[in-house]
Design a protein around this ligand. Structure first.
Ligand code: 6PG
Length: 241
């Protein structure tokens, strides 16, 4: 499903509604809501929105378990840390028990951090984790989470969490792998801005072309895939729905 919104603000409100309704459904059906969060600028706006009383007070945060889809391998308080961003935007402002938050750790190496996070997930989930919701962004190079073009993690079938080095430089990353992400009940991309219009078109219309982008292999096994785009990001689609 592709939904296009007038601007990032409209998209943010739609994402807050989706997050809240999926949280309420999972909590009423199974007793908790397991969500894997993304970094990036659009998610940050969503997290700030969810911290407002209108949304915050609709969710029983004691029943929400917070995970991350990926992380830069930096200390928790670093300005580049997704955990740090999420705490400032959302987690510091909601009544969520500390024990419900499962950040990707900082360890002696990105690979060690990936293994530690995998151990954490194995303790919580005997089988492949089924997240109720995985939030994702899209990079201009077609990456999502920290699944970068050409990286060997794209072929990973066994590990749940791996380290990955972005081609563009910057800190090494730790990322959930396709087998885990694609097991989710719901996967939602949040994409805004005209700089994403070209890659959005290639991802949506590029099936069958020689080039494939990491985001194209996001395909839930049993779940639902939703793209929330603003008009700028959808501008090159032939018939935005
Ligand atoms: C991260 C994610 C990355 C991100 C995209 C889009 O930054 O933590 O790894 O996949 O979601 O790069 O980011 P923007 O929404 O900021 O453009």
């Amino acid at each position: 499903m592709i939904n296009v919104y007038a601007d990032p603000r409209e998209l943010c409100l739609a994402a807050a509604e989706l997050f809240t309704s999926q949280a309420l459904t999972a909590i009423s059906k199974r007793g908790d809501f397991r969500v894997a969060l993304s970094g990036g600028s659009t998610p940050r706006q969503l997290y700030e929105e969810l911290a407002k009383p209108f949304w915050r007070d609709r969710i029983n945060w004691e029943k929400v378990l917070i995970f991350w889809g990926d992380e830069r391998h930096v200390p928790a308080g670093d300005a580049l840390s997704n955990q740090n961003m999420t705490r400032k935007a959302l987690l510091d402002h909601i009544p969520i028990p500390a024990g419900n938050i499962f950040p990707i750790p900082f360890a002696e190496s990105a690979d060690a951090a990936a293994r530690q996070y995998e151990t954490t997930l194995h303790k919580l989930f005997p089988d492949l984790p089924v997240f109720d919701l995985v939030l994702l962004g899209l990079g201009e190079d077609g990456h999502t989470a920290s699944l970068f073009p050409g990286n060997k993690v794209l072929k990973e079938q066994t590990r749940w969490v791996c380290s990955a080095r972005p081609l563009s430089g910057g800190p090494e990353r730790v990322t959930l792998t396709y087998p885990v992400i694609n097991q989710a009940a719901s996967i939602c991309f949040l994409v805004t801005g005209s700089n994403k219009a070209g890659i959005v078109r290639q991802i949506m219309e590029g099936n069958g072309s020689a080039v494939s982008y990491p985001a194209q292999k996001i395909s839930p096994v049993n779940g639902q895939l939703t793209w929330l785009l603003d008009q700028a990001a959808a501008a090159c689609l032939e018939s935005p729905k």
